[in-house]
Write a protein that binds this ligand. Structure first.
Ligand code: ADP
Ligand code: MG
Length: 229
């Protein structure tokens, strides 16, 4: 089963609203965090309560930051980027979690890959989202294979295959909907944000999955952003 994800109309409305609200919440949040910290330093009897407050505030901040990505960034700078080394640096970043989850991450890439015109930080966010999802789907351990393939003269394919729990057909169509999550601590924003970013790059994401076998996420990116797929 495969679901090609182009939800641009949904995205633009949700994105604008979300980013607007997120922006408004950020300042008061920062102020509250500061005062909680201040109080905690003066009140050693209630350390536990302050810890809870701070971790809850951190969670709000995390969600807010995901929302802000949905907004069009002010200064977006597209640069020629080596996606292979970008992926390798992310694999290093996720290494500790991978070891904890007993997951092996392997990156296989063609030798002569062209550079891709992209916004490196935003693309990084997509790859982290997708790779984290893969690891979280492999609670009993498994393998995450990342392939980088020059699929076409002007297009690169990034394929993320995991051996995790998989996604049933009925749930597949819900991916990328705001707040759709099956995780206790999930936000259900990771894929929404990822779709938005890939769309900005004129790329596509598709997800194929089989319950109990695993999931394959394919991201296609034009080498030159102006060439529509
Ligand atoms: P979150 O990770 O916070 O739940 P996401 O938008 O990243 O939000 O993912 C939404 C849902 O899609 C997840 O809760 C999970 O059910 C499903 N999902 C995404 N990637 C995978 C995967 N590789 N394997 C299994 N399920 C996945
Ligand atoms: Mg996620």
């Amino acid at each position: 089963t495969e679901e090609l994800l182009r939800k641009s109309d949904k995205l633009s409305v949700v994105g604008e609203l979300a980013a607007g609200v997120a922006h408004e919440i950020r300042n008061p949040l920062t102020s509250i965090k500061g005062f909680v910290q201040l109080l905690q330093a003066r009140d050693s009897n209630r350390a536990h309560y302050y810890d809870i407050m701070r971790s809850e505030l951190d969670r709000i901040e995390f969600i807010i930051n995901e929302f802000l990505v949905l907004a069009k960034p002010q200064a977006i700078r597209y640069q020629q980027t080596d996606v292979r080394s970008l992926l390798q640096s992310i694999a290093v970043l996720l290494d500790t979690q991978a070891i904890l989850n007993n997951v092996q991450i392997r990156i296989e890439s063609e030798q002569h890959l062209p550079l891709i015109e992209c916004e490196e930080n935003r693309l990084k966010q997509v790859f982290v989202n997708v790779m984290k999802n893969a690891m979280e789907a492999m609670q009993e351990g498994g393998q995450l294979l990342v392939e980088v393939i020059k699929e076409h003269e002007d297009r690169v394919l990034l394929r993320f295959s995991d051996t995790g729990c998989g996604i049933s057909e009925s749930r597949l169509s819900k991916l990328g909907e705001p707040f759709y999550t099956t995780k206790e601590k999930g936000t259900g924003l990771g894929l929404l944000v990822s779709y938005k970013i890939i769309e900005e790059h004129h790329g596509t994401i598709s997800v194929q999955s089989a319950v109990g076998k695993g999931t394959v996420v394919e991201i296609r990116l034009p080498i030159n952003r102006c060439e529509i797929l």
